[in-house]
Design a protein around this ligand. Structure first.
Ligand code: ADP
Ligand code: GLC
Length: 482
């Protein structure tokens, strides 16, 4: 039995701003068959504290970065959680990371340094009644923990750092360093110093026993100057301990045969029933009723996701006879751009600005294709949901999108392997031609249903990747003991 403490700022279904939460929420159950028990340490946000059942106090600090704090162990939503209950840091309404004015909370470094300290205390035997063999840290919010564990010495747990998105680096002014509880030598090029500042992501990448990221292609991309966002040198130097493990999705949460969000449930054998969901999509997104193809977007509306490129292609998409339903929120300029497109193409383009789990399921179960034109994409989950729901992915050939979709080119179709449409380069012309190819394929009914059915039969579960994580935990422990 390997005992792992996962550390993250988000966990589905309690607190989520993106795919990070889905991964952290799904891994514990997926790892169980591999003889791994995973408990998840998360900040005691209001939603976490409200959901925690049978909480018992594991540990307390009189002063953790400015106020009293408690570790509370309990269960919520089927997960074994440890909440860092620190009201002065986490008991705030609204966005997890942003103040009401839209700027980062000014004390974000204190908030996530506290998370790192809690993880390191749990991982280094300072909390009686708790033992972890491995501390598995997700993204910069947990990045301080591997550095603290490193300086705690060899008796501490081994650490794994997983990169979900290298664009978020947890960078703060050098002046905060003295508040981190690290030895002076840690403020150095081979420590947490990053271009004269402190980076929590770097703290994790530099000190973890192993680094993973969420797809094999992204693991390669981040080792190059173009994809490394300033960390490519470090990552090349640590290439021996860097692996890409493709995300899965929770196939119980995402199951078209049992999905309560769908008016009509279906599976690969009853695919023809899927069309019954189309009117619900049309109604929700104010699209005119017709048989014309519907492209869907379920996404943060940001430059990373290529949403500005999509904006440039909307008129052509509509002129090509297709429709578009967009669900997302993000950069105000992009939200406005989509709203303007919906006004320009009333009945053909529908936009809902916001975050809505039910609508995201409805789109996957009723639209025809899901568009993911990301400039970079560590893994991406919506294309995996698309595969499972017969909503054909049309994706940029980057990161996890490249690893999870087989392009419907001649060879892919002839081999009976194609599951979607990929494009490169990620620019307006590339996206336009991918949309054109998808519309043409949609017109060939037999070919299209073949692509849908193959997608639905693709294994997008956690089964294979959970096995890889389990193996990795055992590897780092073996290396520790060597
Ligand atoms: P990222 O984490 O970079 O935003 P992913 O594709 O990994 O991208 O994960 C996004 C997750 O968030 C998926 O589960 C997706 O269904 C969900 N999601 C994104 N935007 C919305 C939205 N507006 N409403 C509901 N779910 C959304
Ligand atoms: C990040 C990435 C996304 C990935 C998700 C879960 O948010 O942007 O590509 O799927 O993390 O790993």
């Amino acid at each position: 039995m390997t005992r792992v403490l996962a550390v993250a700022s988000e966990v589905f279904p309690l607190v989520k701003t993106g795919g990070l939460a889905d991964v952290v929420g799904a891994l514990p159950a997926a790892l169980k068959p591999h003889d791994v028990t995973m408990r998840v340490l998360v900040p005691g946000y209001p939603a976490v504290m409200a959901a925690l059942e049978g909480g018992s106090k594991l540990h307390a600090w009189d002063d953790l970065n400015g106020g009293p704090a408690t570790l509370v162990a309990g269960r919520a939503a089927g997960l074994d959680l440890i909440a860092l209950d620190a009201p002065h840091l986490f008991d705030r309404p609204g966005n997890l990371y942003l103040a009401p004015d839209g700027a980062d909370w000014p004390d974000n470094w204190r908030r996530f340094a506290a998370l790192g300290h809690a993880a390191a205390d749990l991982g280094s035997g300072r909390v009686s009644r708790f033992v972890a063999d491995v501390v598995h840290c997700h993204d910069w919010h947990a990045g301080l923990a591997p550095a603290l564990l490193h300086h705690a010495g060899r008796q501490a747990a081994a650490s794994v750092m997983t990169i979900h998105n290298l664009a978020f680096q947890g960078t703060f002014p050098a002046s905060i360093f003295t508040g981190l509880g690290l030895p002076d030598i840690a403020f150095a090029v081979d420590g947490v110093e990053f271009h004269g500042q402190v980076s929590f992501m770097k703290a994790g990448l530099q000190h973890a026993d192993a680094i993973t990221t969420v797809s094999p292609s992204y693991a390669v991309e981040i080792c190059s100057p173009a994809g490394g966002m300033g960390f490519d040198g470090l990552l090349r130097a640590r290439r021996q301990v860097l692996t890409g493990i493709l995300n899965g999705i929770d196939t119980d949460v995402w199951n078209p045969a049992r999905d309560a969000a769908l008016p009509q449930r279906y599976d690969a054998a009853s695919l023809s029933r899927r069309a019954t969901n189309r009117p619900a999509v049309e109604e929700a997104f104010h699209l005119d009723a017709s048989d014309d193809m519907i492209f869907a977007v379920v996404s943060r509306l940001t430059g990373q996701k290529g949403m500005d490129l999509l904006g440039e292609c909307i008129d052509g998409l509509v002129a090509g006879g297709a429709r578009l339903a967009v669900l997302g929120s993000g950069e105000p300029g992009l939200e406005a751009m989509f709203r303007a497109a919906a006004a320009r193409h009333a009945g053909r383009v529908g936009v809902i600005v916001g975050y809505d789990e039910r609508l995201s399921h409805l789109l996957q179960g009723g639209a025809d294709a899901i568009l993911v034109p990301s400039r970079f994409e560590p893994c991406g989950l919506t294309q995996l949901c698309g595969l499972r729901y017969g909503c054909v992915p049309v994706v940029a050939r980057v990161g996890g999108l490249a690893d999870s979709i087989v392009d419907a080119n001649q060879a892919g179709l002839a081999a009976g392997a194609a599951t979607g449409v990929q494009f490169m380069p990620v620019d307006r012309t590339g996206l336009e031609s991918a949309i054109g190819r998808a519309i043409a394929l949609y017109g060939q009914r037999k070919v299209w249903t073949g692509i849908q059915t193959r997608g639905m039969k693709t294994d997008v579960s956690w089964t294979a990747s959970a096995g890889r994580y389990a193996e990795l935990y055992r590897d780092v422990l073996k290396r520790r003991q060597a």
